[in-house]
Design a protein around this ligand. Structure first.
Ligand SMILES: NC(=O)c1ccc[n+]([C@@H]2O[C@H](COP(=O)([O-])OP(=O)(O)OC[C@H]3O[C@@H](n4cnc5c(N)ncnc54)[C@H](OP(=O)(O)O)[C@@H]3O)[C@@H](O)[C@H]2O)c1
Length: 355
């Protein structure tokens, strides 16, 4: 039987030069993060809200939605277009509208657990949540990776706590929750991101060991982690759960069938949990990434022939970046997504995987 490490390496390119480490990717993440902020914080009011957040002030109670008046049909076209122009001017400068967009994406005061978050999509999700003001709790199996991720996030002024957690172990999941409660006083967000793929080949050659491992880490642990945190979300009046599935959950990838099936199960878990937890004001959503440039998928994007073939299926002809998934996860956890639950957002560059 393989060790866990051996199994995990099945999808990892052996060329060290092509591996991505948190350090090597950080420059891209930060750069993109800054661009995001400058694009969305154009108005002086928006910048003010951002500054208030960085000082630790809660901006989440800023005035809410105001309806922009629509000119009645009978208004003369000339006057109507003048009115429309003023409406657009108002949208650009109205301080209430400016504050609204900032406060709805703000996660100030929230506590977010992201599993498997010392690299790749998990780290990018932690960064996106942290940039919106959440205190993020990062974890993975190896202490050295946790330390690196904590240092990286702290260097971007993100409030962060780190601990080791192998999501496949009950005692580790409990420790992750307890550390969060001890250090942050509660939990509002769970991003369940961990997955393994110990098998590459024909489905009929996969063994029970393979299935047990994949289903236990990728599906059962995701559910059990949710079950652990929900009572604490209820105490806070609600929360958000986001599962990280895969495009393979819609269309099984050749040679990755057991893994694909586990990702299909997460689509079902999202749908099953959403109605039950809605009564506790907890939204449950899912993201299904396509091929994203991380260590996990380096066997795919590290091979030029595979990439060229794969690009034919894409509308956006490039491999995705982790922060392009992280931002969607943060959106799903924000007030901007307040009417979305039981949903899976595909982040694939346009792969046609569903209607
Ligand atoms: N990359 C893609 O193309 C792609 C596409 C679709 C879906 N996804 C999904 O996205 C998620 C993240 O993948 P990724 O590509 O970001 O991977 P990645 O860059 O290789 O990062 C994996 C992270 O998971 C941690 N980890 C691995 N096994 C763990 C376990 N049992 N318990 C806790 N932490 C664990 C690793 O740290 P340690 O080694 O320290 O534990 C690392 O921080 C997975 O659910 C994957 O299925 C990825």
């Amino acid at each position: 039987m393989h060790t866990h490490g051996d199994r995990h390496r099945c999808l990892v390119n052996s060329k060290d030069s092509e591996k991505i480490t948190p350090g090597s990717r950080s420059a891209g993440v930060v750069h993109r993060g800054r661009r995001w902020f400058s694009r969305t914080s154009r108005s002086p009011e928006g910048l003010g809200a951002e500054a208030r957040q960085s000082r630790g002030e809660d901006t989440s109670h800023s005035p809410g939605f105001t309806r922009t008046p629509i000119p009645p049909r009978h208004v003369h076209a000339k006057h109507g277009s003048g009115m429309l122009r003023s409406v657009f001017r108002c949208l650009g400068t109205n301080p209430v509208v400016g504050r609204r967009s900032m406060s709805q994406s703000s996660l100030a005061g929230k506590v977010a657990i992201v599993t498997a978050s010392t690299d790749g999509i998990g780290l990018a999700a932690a960064q996106a949540l942290g940039k919106r003001g959440a205190h993020v709790v990062v974890s993975s199996r190896r202490q050295a990776n946790v330390d690196k991720a904590v240092a990286l996030l702290q260097s971007h002024s993100i409030q962060v706590t780190g601990t080791t957690c192998n999501v496949g172990k009950a005692e580790d999941r409990e420790k992750l929750l307890q550390t969060t409660l001890d250090q942050c006083g509660g939990v509002d967000i769970l991003v369940s991101n961990a997955a393994v793929n110990p098998f590459f080949g024909n489905i009929m050659e996969s063994t029970q060991d393979v299935w047990d491992k994949i289903l236990s880490v990728n599906v059962t642990s995701a559910f059990l982690m949710t079950k652990l945190v929900v009572p604490h979300m209820v105490k806070r009046g609600g929360g958000n759960v986001v599962f990280v599935s895969s495009v393979a959950g819609y269309q099984p990838m050749q040679a990755l069938s057991p893994y694909s099936v586990s990702k299909t199960a997460l689509l079902g878990l999202t749908r099953a949990l959403a109605p039950e937890l809605a009564q506790d004001n907890i939204r449950v959503n899912c993201v299904a990434p396509g091929v994203i440039k991380t260590r996990f998928s380096s066997a795919l994007w590290g091979n030029e022939d595979i990439v060229d073939e794969f690009k034919k299926q894409l509308s956006i002809k490039r491999i995705g970046e982790p922060e392009e998934v992280g931002g969607v996860i943060a959106f799903l956890c924000s007030e901007e997504a307040s009417y979305i639950t039981g949903e899976t957002v595909t982040v694939t560059g346009g792969i046609g995987c569903r209607l």
